[in-house]
Design a protein around this ligand. Structure first.
Ligand code: 5RP
Length: 220
């Protein structure tokens, strides 16, 4: 089975978690694109959504889903999104698609974060995937210096301006022993908008696709 087929499988399974009424939070990335396609193909009704990227907003609107400004919404029930890595405590690295800040905002508004991945994303320790950090452009070099002093190897993501007009530093060779504390430390650097560590608020359930079907793990 290809990774693409696994993503399709988990996207299909995620349809079961869409609330019958109210707002759905929708993330970003290729697994989420398949989730949006599955909503459309299976004629699932989504009353309204909040979206974590301009691309997701466009795709949702193309299939007729009304996308709301989060400022006009109360906290809602379910946020569905992919991840780049997930550890056994359900901490995640996200932001491979550069949408980490809006993703974190929507996750913070949701009662339940449902993470949809293929099995290749499950890891013991976060950090083999370069950790994205969204930065305000004029602070890039100072943030990079501080991150180097913390032992990371920040690399500016080329040709990438986020939906918020910011840049991304990807931290290579940076294995993360304590995700909650590292999230706090990096977020405290002046000029950092968000780090793509989702540990203070991790996933509540992880659906992961394997050759034998989609398995569900609930927060330990
Ligand atoms: C985007 C994200 C995505 O959820 C993450 O990169 C996983 O993407 P994909 O489903 O394409 O593997 O955090 O910012």
């Amino acid at each position: 089975m290809t990774q693409d087929e696994l993503k399709e499988m988990v996207a299909l399974e995620a349809l079961k978690y869409i609330p019958s009424s109210g707002i759905l939070g929708v993330g970003s990335g290729s697994t989420v694109v398949k989730f949006i396609e599955a909503i459309h193909k299976n004629g699932i009704r989504v009353e309204a959504a909040v979206s974590s990227s301009n691309k997701t907003t466009k795709l949702l609107e193309q299939i007729g889903v009304r996308v709301l400004d989060p400022n006009e919404c109360e906290p809602y029930a379910v946020y569905i999104d992919g991840a780049d890595e997930v550890n056994p405590a359900f901490d995640m690295i996200k932001g491979g698609g550069a949408c980490l800040t809006r993703e974190k905002i929507l996750a913070s508004m949701a009662e339940k974060f449902i993470c949809i991945v293929d099995k290749s994303k499950l890891v013991d320790t976060l950090g083999a995937f370069p950790l994205p950090v969204e930065v305000i452009p004029m602070a890039r070099e100072q943030v990079a210096r501080t991150l180097r002093a913390m032992g990371a190897n920040p690399v500016l993501r080329q040709d990438c301006i986020t939906d918020n007009g910011c840049e991304i530093l990807d931290l290579h060779d940076f294995m993360i022993a304590d995700p909650v504390s590292m999230e706090r430390q990096i977020n405290a650097i002046p000029g950092v908008v968000t780090v793509g560590l989702f540990a203070a608020r991790g996933a509540d359930a992880v659906l992961y696709a394997t050759e034998d079907g989609v398995l569900v793990k609930n927060r330990p």
